[in-house]
Design a protein around this ligand. Structure first.
Ligand code: ADP
Length: 465
């Protein structure tokens, strides 16, 4: 009756509005000077009258340019949040429809909602989906898109200079936008948002840590230095994954280790997926497992953080990550024994191949690490560290070159025998690791040490070579 009639006549709820947003600039970290430019956009709303009185034109559109996940959407929301205005959003890929006229009518609907609820921010994500230069798309799809783009231009022009509806658009490809879009009065202001640097990454981590129970001594710098190439979205995820790890282990605080672990997992998650045969996975698993099993016996390589056989972009193999003492490493303070241990670790894949596949079925998967071992052994001898040749001077003579190689070979053989011994004593551990690696593609520090505890047989003392 009455109620039903009233409901039927009540105003339609805006379709494109996002309500209940409470994003502020303080939620967006690592922006540096870019923040000033966005603060000005806020002033277009809050001090619009002042701009108009002084004859300063308020832009109708702001273009945020940058790769995915750097915080473009978050920034647009923060502008609305700081200005205290409504926020309407759509992804331009939703404009692009096969039916002629649908995209254009969505644009009209979006802007009429924004206008009715002004002041407001209209946010268009992936602008390039519709704003690609005309003529680049052929056929009827192109026609539809032209109609949508034209409608968008009309809407942008309708608000020019008034400061009641400001459009913020995001794109990773400002270079391919239709020139009509970037004409004065439209998206004539471009703001580039790069991937965060080291300090930016640490700041972003801290912003996301605000609402989490962090241990007091968390080393954000260490995590930021691990997270090279990551953007805000990845860093936010690291905090979430670390929190899950904390919960799973029944602790009440997130530690640096949780974060480092999560960073490794995040890195792996961004890897391209690859199809591999089971044999290939097994070889890779054996390769990485052997290095970890040998490394865990030596003081300078025993802090294993992560083992993976997932392919990384640009890298075919997996890797074992040790926590090494970078200060010692950089300053050349590693001991003689420790250098030999490193060589032994590098020879582990070759030894594992021999043990598990046999001399006549050797692969070449260990070629890279064996190369590392060879050059390390040569440097070892050249540096006068081998027991036979103390002091450098006697090596700067050409006819000693052969001697150097012979001595390097002796070192390599000793290390090789040692790697083989360790692996043979740890066949059970190796088999368990290979199986788990094939199944899960990676082992966290905890998982690895759990297996070591179950099956491992560690070297009692570093034998002197
Ligand atoms: P884009 O629009 O550039 O693809 P988003 O704004 O959607 O990126 O970012 C996704 C999420 O990543 C955000 O909701 C936020 O949690 C996080 N994020 C990205 N950049 C930042 C940043 N600079 N500071 C804080 N958090 C960020």
């Amino acid at each position: 009756s009455g109620a039903r009639v009233r409901r039927a006549h009540s105003k339609k709820l805006p379709q494109y509005q996002e309500r209940g947003l409470d994003v502020k600039f303080s939620d967006v970290a690592g922006l540096g000077k870019i923040r000033l430019e966005l603060e000005e956009v806020v002033k277009f709303f809050t001090h619009g009258e002042m701009y108009r009185r002084r004859g300063v034109k308020i832009p109708g559109g702001i273009l945020l340019c940058g790769p995915p996940g750097v915080g473009k959407t978050l920034l647009a929301k923060a502008v609305a949040g700081e200005a205290g205005v409504n926020f309407f959003s759509i992804s331009a890929s939703q404009f692009v429809e096969i039916y002629v006229g649908v995209g254009a009518s969505r644009v009209r609907a979006l802007y009429s909602e924004a206008k009715e609820n002004a002041p407001s921010v209209v946010f268009i994500d992936e602008l390039d989906a519709v704003g690609r230069e005309r003529g680049l798309i052929k056929g009827s799809g192109g026609q539809e898109r032209d109609a949508t783009l034209n409608q968008l231009l009309v809407c942008l022009d309708g608000f020019e200079g008034r400061g009641e509806v400001i459009t913020i658009a995001a794109t990773n490809r400002p270079d391919i936008l239709d020139p009509a879009l970037v004409r004065p009065g439209r998206f004539d202001r471009k703001i580039y948002i790069p991937k965060p640097g080291f300090v930016g990454r640490a700041e972003i981590l801290k912003v996301h840590a605000r609402k989490k129970p962090m241990a007091e001594d968390v080393d954000y710098m260490a995590v930021a230095s691990m997270a090279v190439g990551m953007v805000g979205a990845d860093l936010a995820n690291i905090i979430e994954v670390a929190a899950i790890n904390m919960m799973r282990e029944g602790r009440s605080e997130i530690t640096t280790d949780d974060l480092l672990q999560a960073a490794y997992i995040e890195e792996r998650g961004t890897l391209e997926k690859k199809d591999r045969s089971i044999d290939m996975w097994k070889q890779l698993a054996l390769n990485e497992a052997s290095m970890a099993v040998v490394a865990v016996n030596f003081p300078d390589t025993k802090n294993i953080e992560f083992i993976t056989i997932s392919p990384r972009a640009g890298r075919e193999m997996g890797y074992v990550r040790f926590k090494i003492d970078y200060v010692k490493f950089k300053e050349g303070l590693l001991s003689r024994q420790s250098l030999l241990d490193h060589i032994t670790v590098q020879l582990a894949p070759r030894a594992a191949d021999e043990i598990w596949y046999g001399e006549d079925k050797l692969s070449t998967i260990w070629a890279e690490t064996a190369d590392n071992a060879r050059s390390a052994a040569r440097s070892f001898v050249l540096g006068g560290l081998s027991e036979k040749h103390h002091g450098l001077s006697e090596f700067w003579v050409a006819d000693r070159l052969n001697e150097i190689d012979v001595e390097a070979l002796r070192i390599l053989n000793m290390c090789y025998v040692r790697a083989k011994e360790i692996l043979q004593k740890n066949r059970n551990l190796m088999d368990a690791m290979v199986n788990e690696l094939i199944e899960k593609k990676n082992l966290t520090k905890q998982e690895f040490f759990h297996l070591v505890e179950l099956h491992g047989c560690l070297e009692p003392l570093p034998p002197s070579i």
